[in-house]
Design a protein around this ligand. Structure first.
Ligand code: ADP
Ligand code: ADP
Ligand code: MG
Length: 241
């Protein structure tokens, strides 16, 4: 335990929560299939960043987390690796992972990184582009041949608000809220209401939430404490609250 604490200290990792697994020192310590590790190495990554070291083993256990780590510290891969591992391969069950981003540009970047890290698995990673097309493409009575959705909340909520809803989120196992500080600040009320609608639609028993943020924000932390059972908080670097 003392060694684990020391390893966290040298990596600037702070954790708050029960039974937090040991941070992984290398990609090989990630308990994931070999192809994911190969894909990480193909990206040119040599070792996990501090947030990856601690967030990946937690999410692999299905734990709900609030992860705060500076911009550029590898948060995207920190949530993509456990999602790719959990979803295994493509299915026709509709979206099983949902990633919310504050901007479309960020959604596109995340979609690209997801493609690289899941190379060889054949996942269908979608972005909601044209709303008209989306209404036919994601019709809950359609093929459901897609696995991961990366989107801004607005377009998604527009689809959910149709009667009947233009998309089903009932098979979503992982809901990721990326850049949570930005999402929550963009009209505090607005995003909270959207998030409520999205959560209602993600009514799978297996649904878990992970939040990622560049800064620690009390508003976000409070939401997590109230809505995420068994929450574990990870902070990389100085606590800036
Ligand atoms: P954040 O979301 O924390 O701002 P990103 O996930 O966008 O950071 O990652 C920033 C950059 O670091 C990206 O170019 C990404 O490909 C790269 N990166 C991610 N993980 C690693 C790693 N383990 N080693 C080296 N580079 C990495
Ligand atoms: P309150 O709920 O009274 O508004 P905060 O939301 O500011 O208080 O903080 C709630 C808890 O989060 C406190 O126990 C505090 O110690 C802890 N905390 C504060 N800053 C950080 C941080 N940067 N990372 C992780 N936990 C933090
Ligand atoms: Mg990011």
């Amino acid at each position: 335990q003392e060694q684990i604490n020391h390893y966290r200290n040298v990596n600037n990792i702070t954790v708050v929560g029960r039974h937090v697994p040991e941070p992984c020192k290398s990609f090989n310590d990630f308990n994931v299939d070999e192809d994911i590790i190969e894909n990480l190495k193909t990206c040119g990554f040599e070792e996990p960043t501090p947030i990856q070291k601690q967030a990946v083993p937690l999410m692999l256990e299905g734990r709900q987390i609030l992860a705060c780590a500076p911009t550029g510290s590898g948060k995207t891969a920190a949530f993509l690796v456990p999602i790719i591992d959990a979803l295994k391969g493509p299915q026709r069950q509709g979206f099983r992972a949902l990633i919310l981003c504050p901007t479309r540009e960020l959604a596109k970047q995340t979609q690209r990184e997801c493609g690289r890290l899941s190379e060889g698995r054949g996942f269908r990673v979608h972005i909601i582009s044209k709303i008209k097309k989306a209404l036919t493409q994601y019709n809950p009575n359609g093929s459901q041949k897609y696995d991961i959705l990366v989107t801004t909340p607005n377009r998604l909520c527009y689809l959910l608000k149709q009667d009947p809803p233009g998309i089903s989120l009932r098979n979503v196992e992982w809901l990721i809220i990326d850049e949570a500080d930005k999402l929550f600040e963009s009209g505090v009320r607005g995003f909270r209401e959207q998030l409520n609608d999205i959560l209602k639609a993600c009514d799978n028993q297996k649904r878990k939430i992970a939040m990622f943020s560049a800064t620690y924000t009390p508003v976000v932390a409070k939401w997590c404490v109230h809505n995420m059972k068994g929450l574990v908080r990870i902070t990389i670097g100085h606590r800036n609250a």
